[in-house]
Design a protein around this ligand. Structure first.
Ligand code: TYD
Ligand code: MG
Length: 447
């Protein structure tokens, strides 16, 4: 065996170097190199040794794994996963600190174990008594699952073989460390190695794993990108930190669609599935200028949200754009289109746009709602409160059609919005279908 060598691994991008440096030459991050000891062995064939043949099968002769999915007992999580947890799969659950990841998995552990499934909850972050306190907060939580407070990955791996668990939850992958790796917990080599070891044990014992992952300030998953490639499913729990509504989104799913979203409400007694998200999101809606109701599609589910805008004169020469829940570049573009094509000059105004409830929306159907909210704020005229708005806007100020218009309109009608400002081509009573943003703006601002 070769003697252990030391190398320096960038904690930001995973690049390795022979020498320490203040700056990573690969990604430019400062002070990100951490020493790790690796034991390199000669890989490949040694001269004269023929590798033993492996058995190659034809795909048609392989039987598909018919083990049924494990139902989670939680309609929202089941929808997001595509109908339950696939045995032997690795699920990564990421989210900001304090968003409710531990609460969600605790409830999940309880729900899954109700159906005669063996569940182990490993926490490297909280002690048994802390988890117990949390469990007591959540009403009706059945505590029929096992708990282990440990940061030792090897201990966790040993558990997979001792008792045939159906599901093991690891909170969080960043706190787990294996004694076989010289670097500290949370470093690239620990995380990669840990996830790999768990993956192998998942596939060989058919135990499903849920790993909790931390995210960085920018909202990316902390640690190597490799983690996301390795696992079968990546879920993000998001929402405003202090807002009650949380969204569970799947970013990657080998066993289902990535279009679905689960909606929860954080209550005194844990995370509750939210049956009518539009109702909660619109609860405190105001009829003041600068507010527009937008019908968005979250996967296959329509949700109504309030888009708010504020326009104020720029103090400095340079107009400021601030966006919460909306892409800032898109907002800049829409402001430019309004100035050029909509007859509303924003070149010396600061513009703020916010999606109420912490939802992040990236679909282009939001364009028209943003524009009308800004126009309404700018002219200080409220949009009639019975209107819902959606439509994509092009650079020449034209309004383009969007997908799932029928479903958006149906949700709006359900919640009492009888009228809509929508792209042309749709027909129905109460619909106003402007061709350009100028027509739409004139429509909402006429007295
Ligand atoms: P937590 O699940 O620990 O978040 P994470 O593991 O993602 O860091 O807790 C999220 C927040 O939710 C915490 O501030 C306390 C709050 N909370 C409730 O409001 N109700 C509850 O029933 C529980 C258990 C937590
Ligand atoms: Mg936690």
């Amino acid at each position: 065996m070769a003697k252990p060598t030391s190398q320096f691994v960038c904690q930001n991008c995973g690049a390795t170097f022979a020498k320490w440096n203040g700056k990573c030459m690969q990604c430019g991050a400062w002070d990100s190199l951490v020493e790790s000891v690796s034991q390199t062995e000669m890989v490949g064939n040694k001269v004269g040794k023929i590798p033993s043949a492996v058995k190659v099968e034809s795909l048609s002769s392989i039987k598909s794994n018919q083990t049924p999915r494990i139902p989670t007992g939680n309609s929202e999580i089941d929808t997001v996963l595509g109908g339950g947890i696939v045995p032997g799969s690795l699920i990564l659950l990421a989210g900001d600190p304090g968003i409710g990841k531990s609460t969600l998995v605790l409830q999940l552990a309880a729900d899954v174990s109700k159906n005669d499934k063996k569940v182990l909850y490993v926490s490297g972050e909280e002690s048994a008594s802390q988890i117990k306190l949390r469990a007591e907060r959540i009403k009706g939580l059945s505590e029929t699952f096992d708990f282990l407070s440990s940061t030792d990955l090897d201990q966790v791996l040993a558990q997979t073989f001792t008792k045939a668990y159906d599901l093991i939850i690891v909170d969080s992958i960043q706190t787990m460390a294996s004694a076989n790796i010289a670097s500290a917990a949370g470093t690239v080599s620990q995380i990669t190695n840990g996830a790999n070891a768990l993956m192998q044990s998942a596939k060989s014992t058919n135990t499903a794993f849920i790993l909790i992952g931390h995210v960085t300030k920018e909202g990316n998953l902390a640690g190597p990108r490799l983690l996301e490639h390795l696992v079968d499913t990546v879920l993000h729990l998001e929402g405003e930190k202090f807002g009650a509504v949380k969204f569970l989104r799947s970013i990657k799913n080998r066993f289902g669609s990535t279009n679905e979203v689960g909606v929860f409400e954080m209550s005194d007694t844990g995370l509750l599935p939210l049956i009518n998200p539009s109702g909660v999101l619109l609860e405190e809606r105001s009829d003041s200028p600068g507010s527009a109701i937008f019908a968005t599609m979250e996967g296959t589910r329509p949700i109504l949200v309030e888009v708010q805008a504020l326009v104020s004169p720029s103090v400095y020469g340079y107009p400021k754009r601030t966006a919460v829940g909306v892409d800032l570049n898109r907002l800049g573009l829409l402001c430019a289109v309004m100035t050029k094509r909509g007859g509303i000059n924003l070149s010396s105004s600061d513009v703020y746009v916010n999606i109420v409830g912490g939802l992040k929306i990236s679909e282009p159907a939001l364009d028209l709602a943003i524009i009308l909210a800004i126009a309404s704020a700018n002219k200080n005229i409220s949009i009639n409160s019975s209107y819902v708005v959606f439509g994509e806007v092009g650079l020449s100020g034209e309004i383009r059609s969007v997908n799932s218009s029928d479903r958006r309109l149906k949700e709006a009608t359900k919640l009492g919005y009888k009228k809509a400002i929508v792209p042309s081509g749709l027909n129905g009573s109460g619909l106003f279908c402007p061709k350009t943003i100028r027509q739409a703006i004139e429509f909402i601002t006429k007295k």
